[in-house]
Design a protein around this ligand. Structure first.
Ligand code: AMP
Length: 237
């Protein structure tokens, strides 16, 4: 373990054992997935990524996957009712009983209101905390178009910021890296439009509720994660 790794865990250890429900918000490419993978090590709660769940449905050819595939390939949002139903099922699984990191959800005010209502009706969970990660547009474009994923261990690389040792192959297991179909410049622009129109109001919704923190996402991965852990601990006091 690196010293920054153990520092990060040290910060997590000072908190309540469960962080309760945490929402990771931010534009495409800010690093929600990367941060969620760091934070699950600190908090021991699952990452629930609606993008990953939808891609799983597409890969399995479910009815939801068949509907979502074309929408996702255009960079638009999958209808709220379908996504809410998918999240409702996932949240009833036992590993989500004490807390979870929702990555990429809620993405619209309809989703946020649905989640708020569900959480209000549930006892025993800490109040929700939303964390928004901020990164500027040009940086996001480089991150999205340079992103490559390992289909086996899910490690995320970036051709510009975090390239694999051997071009095109995962450092961990040697699998050939893949690029998400929606990680092109054209689809990125549509995803940004959807973010500004539909998801930016969600950030304001949680900011107004006072259960909100914003972190600078243009820093080393572990520094951002430590910033999120500290911000959540501050809001939990
Ligand atoms: P992500 O992996 O979070 O970037 O999501 C990839 C794509 O999945 C998005 O561009 C949307 O098409 C779809 N998606 C993911 N999460 C949601 C959500 N909460 N609501 C609607 N569509 C979503």
């Amino acid at each position: 373990m690196s010293s920054s790794d153990s520092n990060l865990r040290g910060q997590g250890a000072g908190q309540t054992t469960s962080p309760g429900p945490i929402l990771l918000l931010g534009a495409p490419g800010v690093g929600k997935g990367t941060q969620a993978k760091e934070l699950i090590k600190v908090w021991g709660v699952p990452q629930i990524s609606t993008g990953d769940l939808l891609r799983g449905n597409v890969a399995q050819g479910t009815e939801l996957g068949k509907t979502a595939k074309a929408i996702m390939s255009r960079g638009e949002l999958v209808p709220d009712t379908l996504v809410n139903e998918m999240v409702a099922v996932r949240l009833t699984q036992p590993d989500a009983a004490n807390g979870y990191i929702l990555d990429g959800f809620p993405r619209t005010l309809v989703q946020a209101n649905w989640l708020d209502g569900r959480l209000a009706a549930q006892s025993g969970l800490l109040p929700v905390v939303a964390v928004s990660i901020k990164v500027d547009y040009n940086q996001l474009l480089r991150r999205i178009t340079g992103r490559r994923n390992c289909p086996v261990c899910q490690t995320i690389y970036n051709l510009y910021g975090k390239p694999p040792a051997k071009e095109g192959y995962c450092d961990v297991d040697g699998a050939a890296l893949v690029q998400r179909a929606d990680d092109t410049e054209k689809v990125f622009e549509e995803r940004m439009r959807a973010y500004e129109a539909l998801t930016a109001p969600v950030v304001e919704h949680y900011r107004a509720a006072g259960r909100f923190a914003e972190v600078d996402g243009d820093r080393p991965i572990l520094e951002i994660a430590a910033g999120i852990v500290a911000a959540v601990a501050g809001l939990r006091k």
